[in-house]
Design a protein around this ligand. Structure first.
Ligand SMILES: Cc1cc2nc3c(=O)[nH]c(=O)nc-3n(C[C@H](O)[C@H](O)[C@H](O)COP(=O)(O)OP(=O)(O)OC[C@H]3O[C@@H](n4cnc5c(N)ncnc54)[C@H](O)[C@@H]3O)c2cc1C
Length: 348
């Protein structure tokens, strides 16, 4: 029997996200779409049951991600940010957890996160300074923050001069010490309302602090994560293959059949590495599979454009959108290791 959240994700994808995907891509993810995401329950997929979440198996989370990403990558990505704050709050300080976790788990509130700049350490794009009483002051520039105007709260990461990583929850609105840029215009995912943030003495109280830990400890857990294949890559690939199937062209369908066989194999290999091998091990194997998944996504989205002909380039045609969303997924969560492995694979 399918997990109820997988059914909910299909309903959300087919009823709301897929029909609006081109509009979201051009004009931005709407509040109505976010309300539908909240109502669907998917925001609680990894959240503790004690706080109103589903605490679903990892395989369910991956399947939900594939379904949503294949329907509308912009909406998928806005909601994808939510799951990191949920996980950190579940393991984090008592006060922040008790105040914030329930609405994020039961789907009442949507969270964003600004932390990828931490990976530039020992550079400190966002410097955190502990304040007397346990609060924090943040200064610097967040290069990427997705969901501005859609998120109800956000988790902000910074690092201290002393080599500590800190995360705190804050309200995502312009306020003393926090100024957003204009939404960034990009080749894909412009609809995600992604901005940069300037932090100039932005302070949060002690009960907003979620986690403080040595940078090395944080990086040890963070670094291997992005060597895994992103389920969204598989979701976009499948959506492109579905377009081939629906094209009415025998050659396109034949291509879809061949690529679908490869997709199943990559999917099995990718998820076996996650489920059966400890997180920090077999990193090279993970990167090989991840790169194969990228190759396959490129082949599938290219085939969808080729099969669609000139019409596939219209802004209301899904094939060009999927191809551009695929470009975005190539760099999302990219670390130095991932970039190196991908470039090496491309030069053969
Ligand atoms: C549309 C869009 C939306 C995004 N939204 C968010 C968001 O909401 N929240 C969020 O946290 N991130 C977000 N990101 C960031 C994203 O997930 C990736 O982390 C990012 O695209 C890859 O890093 P970069 O582009 O900043 O590249 P780079 O700055 O080139 O960094 C790539 C990698 O190189 C290494 N590196 C970079 N600088 C240094 C340095 N000075 N010293 C040592 N190593 C270094 C690090 O390993 C780093 O991870 C978004 C990105 C895009 C394109």
């Amino acid at each position: 029997m399918r997990h109820p959240l997988v059914d909910a994700a299909h309903r959300l994808a087919e009823g709301v996200l897929a029909p609006a995907a081109e509009a979201h891509d051009r004009d931005g993810v709407t509040r109505a779409a976010i309300d539908a995401v909240k109502a669907s329950g998917v925001l609680g997929v990894n959240a503790p049951a004690a706080y109103g979440g589903w605490d679903a198996p990892a395989a369910v989370g991956r399947e939900v991600a594939e379904i949503l990403a294949g329907a509308c990558c912009s909406t998928f990505f806005v909601q994808a940010q939510h799951h990191t704050p949920v996980r950190l709050l579940a393991d984090g300080a008592h006060a922040a957890r008790e105040r914030r976790l329930r609405p994020l788990s039961d789907g009442t509130a949507l969270a964003g996160v600004a932390f990828s700049h931490l990976r530039a350490f020992p550079e400190l794009p966002v410097r955190a300074t502990p304040l007397p009483g346990g609060g924090l002051r943040f200064d610097g520039r967040v290069p990427w923050y997705t969901g501005w105007g859609l998120n109800d709260v956000f988790l902000l990461g910074g690092a201290t001069d002393g080599g500590e990583v800190v995360f705190a929850v804050a309200e995502p609105r312009a306020q003393p010490g926090l100024t957003p840029t204009q939404p960034l215009r990009m080749a894909a995912l412009t609809g995600t309302r992604t901005v940069g943030l300037t932090l100039d003495g932005f302070t949060v109280p002690a009960d907003a602090v979620v986690i403080r830990q040595p940078y090395d400890e944080w990086a040890r857990a963070d670094r291997p994560k992005n060597t895994n294949t992103n389920p969204a890559v598989l979701g976009v690939t499948r959506a492109a293959l579905d377009l081939l199937d629906a094209s009415g062209d025998d050659g396109a369908e034949e291509t879809a059949d061949v690529l679908r066989g490869r997709l199943d194999a990559v999917r099995r290999a990718a998820y076996a590495l996650v489920d059966e091998v400890p997180a920090g091990e077999c990193l090279t194997d993970r990167l090989v599979v991840k790169t194969r998944a990228y190759d396959l996504m490129r082949a599938a989205t290219t085939a969808a454009v080729v099969a669609g002909g000139g019409r596939a380039l219209g802004l209301s045609a899904p094939a060009q959108r999927l191809a551009r969303e695929g470009l975005f997924l190539l760099v999302q969560g990219q670390t130095a290791d991932v970039r190196g492995a991908h470039l090496a694979a491309l030069r053969g």
